[in-house]
Design a protein around this ligand. Structure first.
Ligand code: ARG
Length: 613
């Protein structure tokens, strides 16, 4: 369905044209003086220069036409509201504007009519997509997010990628694209060699380390996830102090990458144990990947990729390494060449990312790849993207987008740490938040503790996710537990609280014998209802913007405004005790639509609301 601003602009443009001016001057926006009007067109000011006329005179002419003929006509065949002039009238016609005024020095101030808003909301209600227009040409989009590393516990550093990526994936999908979320696990570097080396030190008798062993390897892993999580940091610390240990780990990495049987089998165990744990943790975050690809999956593509780059003259040898130049004349910062293979023939992070693109083109014929990664990796992606375009790994029109996110800081403005100053594990962070939510829920009123635990999980997740997503992704933000878990202000719990409040009114209405129906919405009965309605009518345009700009924070800003508008309306309006049945039905329909819009929005952000709280 068409966006409100487009419908209004269209009418105003028609009016400019009817007065003999270029239609484009009629472009109309949301008013920045809501005390004066709802929508505003400043086109007369620009037209004045071109037509050498007083801006106010132009505005007055246009307003006269708007009053005369702007009408809003019910769309036919379920196509949603459309606008046309009276001469083309085909259905029920209403004035689109309840007020149109030309004001000094030449603004056109507009207020839409209640019949227009009612019609618009009715059409929204009837549309399963709540008036959001899907993209005309759906794309195949890969969202690369999560990026966890095998055998390392998820910590807060992984939180943003998971949260933002999940939302981006959902938004792209909601717009009608074919979207594949890929966790792109780090499973192939030195970290693997380190773990293998440390396991070998501890349990040298295992068959994985016996090169002459030809039998089958045990089905059971020689470590649990908690052991694994202790093994890696131990090994990593040792390698920093002990050069020989590091050498051994490097060697183990090379052997693994060259396919040594025992190491390969051990690596399989590391993967299995680790992935099972990661799935559980991501599950707790309501984050779901469509594919669990790993860096190692890209390895088979590397030899051909490197050979082709050489053959086509893109890659050349420099001090033994194979490199591709990617700098451009307009660069203001030095962009170093992309290293494809090190002098010892080893693959790098760059190599893996390029080979992964080869695979993504082959398996999915991707139109677009969106990388949700720490913004400190921006240079890496600049190099990789340029190299992929230059060497033809992707097509000229394949979109490669880097959504770099900022750091999650503590209240001290430094990267978020545990109270003891260590790296905070994601599990612990989630548990802490849930505990805090549980405490707040129990404190508020008497609830069954089991139910409160479940509710705390949902509300806790909203606190974490909304706290993150309400900031523009590229900015750093402060993870403030007290603020994020508050039921007041711009927080996830406040949004959920609003949804639950609506649900409770609807339930009361149902309990009293009412049925919640669509198709009942009337013109707004008071100012706060109009504010709510106008906010809601922006839904499709907000979602489209969040999609085009890959900006989930726009959805947060929208639902915060909508929730505030709803709560003001609720405080000023006695809904259930309303005696006029038609009015009451209209409000109930409006409430249910508000709920639907809010719940759809939070689903796009990756969390959901409980029934009560
Ligand atoms: N595993 C990487 C890290 O921890 C993040 C992976 C991001 N995705 C990518 N395709 N490089 O830094």
């Amino acid at each position: 369905m068409r966006k409100v601003l487009d419908l209004i602009s269209q009418e105003v443009m028609n009016a400019f044209e009817a007065c003999g001016y270029e239609a484009s001057y009629g472009k109309t926006g949301i008013s920045n003086r809501p005390d004066l009007c709802e929508y505003q067109c400043n086109g007369a000011l620009a037209a004045a220069k071109k037509y050498k006329k007083a801006p106010l005179a132009i505005a007055e002419e246009v307003v006269a036409v708007l009053k005369e003929r702007a009408v809003f006509v019910r769309g036919q065949n379920g196509e949603g509201p459309i606008c046309m002039s009276r001469t083309e009238e085909t259905g029920d016609a209403y004035p689109m504007f309840e007020e149109a005024a030309a004001v000094r020095p030449g603004f056109i101030n507009l207020k839409v009519s209640g019949s227009f808003t009612a019609e618009y909301l009715l059409a929204m209600q009837a549309d399963p997509n709540l008036a959001v227009e899907k993209v005309r040409a759906p794309k195949t989009i890969i969202v690369d997010y999560g990026g966890a590393n095998v055998a390392k516990p998820l910590h807060v550093g992984h939180l943003r990628s998971a949260i933002i990526g999940e939302s981006v994936k959902r938004i792209c999908r909601f717009m009608g694209n074919k979207v594949i979320g890929d966790v792109h696990l780090g499973d192939w570097g030195l970290q693997m060699g380190l773990i293998i080396t440390e396991v070998k030190k501890r349990q040298p008798e295992l068959p994985y380390f016996d090169e002459s062993y030809e039998g089958e390897y045990p089905a059971e892993a020689p470590f649990t996830i908690s052991e694994l999580e202790e093994i890696y940091p131990t090994a990593s610390a040792k390698s920093k102090e002990d050069a020989a240990y590091r050498e051994e780990a490097l060697e183990a990495t090379a052997k693994l990458q060259n396919g040594q049987r025992g190491y390969y089998a051990l690596w399989q165990h590391i993967l299995n144990v680790s992935i099972a744990d990661l799935k559980k943790n991501y599950g707790n975050l309501n984050v779901e990947f469509d594919i669990w690809k790993k860096e190692s999956d890209a390895q088979p593509y590397i030899p051909d990729m490197a050979a082709a780059m050489k053959e086509q003259g893109f890659a050349y040898e420099d001090q033994g390494a194979l490199i591709v130049d990617v700098k451009e004349e307009t660069d203001t910062k030095e962009v170093p060449p992309c290293i494809i293979l090190k002098s010892d023939g080893a693959a790098l992070y760059t190599t893996t990312d390029l080979a992964t693109m080869v695979e993504r083109m082959k398996l999915f014929d991707a139109d677009s790849m969106i990388y949700v990664v720490d913004k400190r990796q921006e240079m890496h992606f600049t190099q990789v993207f340029r190299c992929a375009k230059k060497t033809g790994i992707v097509k000229e029109d394949t979109e490669l987008k880097f959504l770099g996110f900022g750091t999650m800081n503590g209240k001290d403005g430094k990267p978020f740490k545990t109270r003891e100053g260590g790296v905070m594990r994601l599990e612990h962070l989630i548990a802490d938040i849930n505990e805090e939510m549980f405490r707040k829920i129990m404190e508020n009123h008497e609830v069954d503790p089991d139910e409160a635990r479940q509710t705390a999980k949902l509300v806790g997740l909203s606190a974490i996710k909304y706290g993150d997503l309400s900031n523009q992704a590229s900015k750093d933000y402060v993870f403030d537990v007290d603020r994020f878990t508050s039921f007041e202000g711009n927080t996830g719990p406040y949004i959920l609280y609003t949804i639950v409040r609506i649900k409770s009114i609807l339930n009361k209405y149902r309990t009293a014998g009412g049925s919640v129906e669509k198709g009942t919405i009337l013109a707004p009965a008071n100012g706060s209802e109009k504010t709510l309605v106008l906010a809601m009518m922006n839904f499709n345009s907000v979602i489209a913007q969040a999609y085009e700009e890959i900006a989930p924070h726009k959805i947060c800003a929208f639902i915060y405004e909508l929730a505030n508008a709803f709560n003001s309306f609720y405080h000023e309006t006695k809904i259930l005790s309303e005696e006029n049945e038609e009015q009451k039905k209209s409000w109930i329909g409006l409430l249910d639509l508000t709920r639907e819009v809010l719940e759809t929005s939070i689903d796009l952000l990756g969390f959901s609301a409980p029934e009560r709280m």
